[in-house]
Design a protein around this ligand. Sequence first.
Ligand code: G3P
Ligand code: MG
Length: 229
Amino acid sequence: MLSIGHRGAAGHEPENTLRGVARAMRLGVDWIEVDVQLVDGELVVFHDDTLERTTNGSGAVAEQSFKALRELDAGEGETIPRLAEVLDLIDARVGLNIELKGPDCGESVTSIVGDYLERQPEWRGKILLSSFDETQTAELAGRERNFELGILFETDAEAALARARAFAAYSIHPSTKQVTAELVAEAHAAGIKVFVYTVNEPREIATMRALGVDGVFSDYPDRVGEYRG
Ligand code: G3P
Ligand code: MG
């Protein structure tokens, strides 16, 4: 079962920061997941719509200038990273799941991904794009596919699996509430991997292993390798 560092390694380090990404790599993850939004023309790595929970700023992220965002403390003195900085730091040593948070960042994300793949072919097969936004996912599916596509969802697993088949997706990303043995069997029969979010507790890690899922997103990705239940 693959270990996917959630928001870097959010249980150990400030989420969605370079420090968290570096920690996840030291912990031996297979993939790293980060959230990305387009703000002031820049792709920034950030989860929420507002600044309060994870920074010393306040207000809506979308209303900030990039310069103002970069002046904030995102935890332990970290700045909010650009997506390019995360790609540079990982350097194709592990996979990167870019979760597109805004409805409008598909073009920018696929453009930067295309640049990195051209420059560094080692990235091939190691970039996985996903979004809860179904319109954005369909739009990604229609683009030139030099990346893997993940179907991220919260409800209606059968509909998500149908979309995954229709879009020839690499993976489906159910929550722990949505995943079942039947869903795993159906996905595997269609050649689609199952990556489950967000799995932190040892017992839950054991349950996911027993269900035969292919990977789990975890704030404590080190636990995924350790805990055999
Ligand atoms: O992409 C998996 C997981 O990160 C989805 O939920 O809210 O943590 O971005 P969230
Ligand atoms: Mg996410």
